[in-house]
Design a protein around this ligand. Structure first.
Ligand SMILES: *[C@@H]1O[C@H](CO)[C@@H](O)[C@H](O)[C@H]1NC(C)=O
Ligand SMILES: *[C@@H]1O[C@H](CO)[C@@H](O)[C@H](O)[C@H]1NC(C)=O
Ligand SMILES: *[C@@H]1O[C@H](CO)[C@@H](O)[C@H](O)[C@H]1NC(C)=O
Ligand SMILES: *[C@@H]1O[C@H](CO)[C@@H](O)[C@H](O)[C@H]1NC(C)=O
Ligand SMILES: *[C@@H]1O[C@H](CO)[C@@H](O)[C@H](O)[C@H]1NC(C)=O
Ligand SMILES: *[C@@H]1O[C@H](CO)[C@@H](O)[C@H](O)[C@H]1NC(C)=O
Ligand SMILES: *[C@@H]1O[C@H](CO)[C@@H](O)[C@H](O)[C@H]1NC(C)=O
Ligand SMILES: *[C@@H]1O[C@H](CO)[C@@H](O)[C@H](O)[C@H]1NC(C)=O
Ligand SMILES: CC(=O)N[C@H]1CO[C@H](CO)[C@@H](O)[C@@H]1O
Length: 645
């Protein structure tokens, strides 16, 4: 790339950052880019004039049509795939790994002509990641048409670390999971979060969010509740509007991160609470005949301008729809989503519906639920015929080429989806501005302002379930001897807390717990917290010994609604968190700088596994005699003095 051009790209990138990094809650409209952006020198062309599709003064629809009619069949087929990409060492292009069934980035961009990728792996170095992003865009500009890459990501602003669902914050500001945002019942907080996440994403080139996840937590055993907004359809519907506004702005534009709302038509009603990544969890059931309830947040999202939608892996059992996975399901995608609900955006399937693969060392069959007997070609055709635009987690354009060349699929069917996908790139301004400014990225990502708001939100989202004799916030000047579990020593030492090595020697115990779960075998499967929501007998006895020895404050990470009546009855205070670090916990316990728990439960907390087992998967608030109800939360008292250690 010539240095003059690089400078021009850079200046444009910096300008865009200046416009979006304003620390104000509203999304600032950006001026239209200057017309007649010169073709990039890396592009091989026969013409010297600006091609219409590269001409920013033309309207988007004209640019889409100009580009579409220049595209060959392989170039169209490449657009229909959206799969994982990771960074190579030191920000180089990943050279792939045959054992892990990972093609090289160069192969996917240069040979398969793909332009949609989701970044996998933690962002541990912002500069290197931004440099890598510019390198993949440079590689894309060397293809015949120079179609820029759209980079996407699963959530990266909380604590979840699971290659299938999200990455821990690392260099980004760190917030509670979306359940914690829901606990605050505050659309302004949600929008603020989304605006900050948008700026951090954009700084390193992420322009599509593989979220929000607005499945309803009507089945408490499901392993993916932590990234939802809870059990209540109306609350989720209200908050998703703010979420989309924060990422996309009032309208999608050059300032936006596009969003993929998931998982249509609501992934909550999992049979027996299993998950449909796995064959034994392929069924979704509606014993309460309550599919409508799960559509409420999706209707709100569509009305609020949701750009893209992802159907879940599951297949519906016992409804009017075919018992095949939602992306294979014409009744769900074409009739319900596009027809009845009027959705006009992009539908991207969940990851890996066609090809068997390996995920973190575990063999994973294609999630072709209900159509396991079909060939790869037949699966691909069925997904497109259902009305899906893009295959997630797949890199098989050769299948699409074959379907068209053998006359199974008309090329016009591809055009319908390619138009939608290209339109998104034009509106995001990726043709004018494919690069990011590396120095600006380092300034924006994880800046102290964003981090402070994330940290404060972790504290506020704490939900106080019991507080006997108003023990919280602790009067820490009494120099209590503490027995502590679940907090690394450095956090305690930094506060000069005096510690006891057994409960018996302590004045007070601080216990941080993870909600109960059973571990399944398998490198990938073990990441999913499943099974009983009660602690086992051994663990209950172990905890009871502490609670009877010393007054105790328990903090439990509720990525699922635990059944813990015995804790609620025995401890002096019970706090729930939805993603919070040890410092957030200690600040809430001691009321440091006025930190206080402001959350309210985003779902019911059931009384027992027996009550959960008879609940109807699709019906909210139906476990018998819950210990705490949706909305419970003793809001913290106002603390007027700074705590003294
Ligand atoms: C395009 O520009 C190059 C360099 O300026 C020049 O050498 C070439 O002749 C031009 N081609 C046409 C078809 O005008
Ligand atoms: C990455 O960069 C460092 C520092 O320049 C160098 O020592 C190291 O060998 C590089 N690693 C690879 C895999 O290129
Ligand atoms: C390739 O992937 C396999 C399986 O995930 C892994 O064991 C191996 O270390 C990888 N090789 C390289 C060079 O990263
Ligand atoms: C949810 O919203 C609808 C429509 O506004 C209303 O009729 C219904 O009563 C609400 N339900 C709850 C549980 O608040
Ligand atoms: C799913 O539902 C079908 C139809 O009711 C049933 O035959 C099957 O056993 C269920 N479970 C699985 C894992 O397929
Ligand atoms: C946010 O919290 C983390 C973890 O406690 C801490 O290291 C960091 O300094 C805090 N940042 C700000 C700006 O408050
Ligand atoms: C902890 O004690 C050390 C040494 O007495 C003192 O310098 C430091 O300020 C104390 N830290 C806090 C947080 O009180
Ligand atoms: C009981 O739970 C504890 C803590 O979750 C776990 O370490 C232990 O393996 C479990 N024991 C049995 C018998 O399942
Ligand atoms: C470089 C590389 O890994 N190429 C492989 C990518 O995937 C195709 C199958 O889709 C293989 O045939 C290539 O060898």
């Amino acid at each position: 790339m010539s240095s003059g051009n690089l400078l021009r790209w850079r200046r444009r990138a910096l300008l865009s950052l200046l416009f979006t990094t304003a620390l104000t809650p509203s999304v600032t409209a950006r001026p239209e880019p200057v017309s007649k952006i010169p073709a990039h020198p890396l592009m091989v062309r026969s013409e010297n004039e600006t091609l219409p599709y590269r001409d920013a003064s033309l309207c988007t629809e004209d640019r889409v049509e100009d580009l579409l009619q220049r595209m060959t069949l392989p170039e169209k087929a490449g657009q229909l795939f959206h799969t994982q990409m990771q960074m190579g060492p030191n920000g180089t292009l990943d050279s792939g790994n045959v054992t892990a069934r990972r093609n090289s980035s160069d192969n996917m961009i240069g040979e398969k002509l793909m332009t949609h990728f989701n970044l996998v792996g933690d962002v541990t170095n912002v500069r290197v990641t931004a440099e890598w992003y510019n390198r993949i865009q440079e590689r894309a500009l060397q293809t015949r048409l120079g179609i820029p890459i759209t980079l996407s990501s699963d959530p990266r602003h909380a604590f979840t670390e699971n290659i299938g669902t999200g990455f821990a914050a690392n260099q980004f500001s760190q917030w509670p999971e979306s359940l914690g945002l829901a606990a605050l019942r505050d659309a302004e907080v949600v929008q603020k979060f989304a605006e900050i996440a948008r700026e951090e994403y954009m700084a390193i080139g992420i322009r599509t969010a593989l979220h929000p996840q607005i499945d309803l937590a009507t089945e408490p055993r499901w392993s993916r509740i932590g990234n939802t907004m809870g059990e209540d359809a109306n609350l989720t519907a209200e908050l998703v509007v703010a979420y989309l506004k924060g990422f996309q702005g009032e309208e999608l534009g050059t300032h936006s991160v596009s969003t993929i709302t998931k998982h249509f038509p609501g992934g909550g009603p999992m049979e027996n609470g299993e998950d449909s990544h796995f064959a034994y969890g392929k069924n979704q059931t509606y014993p309460g005949n309550n599919l409508e309830y799960h559509l409420i947040p999706f209707k709100a999202a569509i009305a609020a301008g949701a750009r893209q939608m992802m159907p879940y892996y599951s297949r519906p059992i016992g409804t009017e729809y075919d018992e095949v996975g939602f992306s294979f399901n014409k009744g769900i995608i074409t009739d319900l989503l596009r027809g009845e609900l009027g959705f006009e955006g992009i539908v991207c399937s969940d990851w890996g519906l066609i090809t068997d693969t390996v995920i973190t060392g575990q063999d994973m069959p294609a999630r072709a639920w209900g159509v396991e007997h079909l060939t790869e070609l037949q699966r691909a055709a069925m997904i497109l015929n259902a009305g899906v635009d893009q295959f997630g987690g797949e890199q098989r354009p050769e299948l699409i080429i074959e379907l068209v060349e053998t006359g199974v699929l008309p090329e016009e069917r591809l055009d319908v989806s390619v138009r939608r996908l290209l339109r998104e790139k034009f509106i995001l301004g990726l043709f004018e501005n494919p690069f990011v400014d590396v120095d600006a990225a380092v300034q924006v990502v994880g800046n102290p302002y964003f981090r402070r708001i994330g940290n404060e939100t972790q504290r506020k989202a704490y939900t106080l379930l019991t507080n006997t004799d108003n023990i919280l916030p602790l009067k820490s000047d009494s120099n209590l001897k503490l027995y502590v579990e679940g907090i690394d020593a450095e956090h305690l030492e930094a506060r000069n807390l005096s510690l006891a090595s057994t409960p018996e020697e302590a004045d007070l115990a601080l216990i941080r717990l993870q909600a109960p779960y059973e571990t399944r075998p398998g490198g990938f499967e073990k990441k999913y917290h499943v099974g009983s929501l009660e602690y086992n007998a051994t663990e209950k006895a172990r905890q009871a010994a502490i609670y009877s020895a010393v007054p105790t404050i328990v903090d439990i990470y509720l990525d699922r609604p635990a059944a813990i009546p015995e804790i609620a009855e025995s401890v002096n205070a019970l706090l729930a968190n939805f993603g919070a670090g040890p410092d957030a916990f200690l600040d809430v316990v001691f009321g440091v700088d006025g930190a206080q728990p402001m959350g309210k439960l985003p779902y019911d907390l059931p009384r027992s596994m027996a009550a959960v087992e008879v609940n109807k998967e699709d019906v909210p608030f139906d476990t018998e005699d819950p210990v705490f109800r949706f909305g419970h939360g003793l809001r913290g008292r106002r603390v007027t003095r700074r705590a003294v250690f």
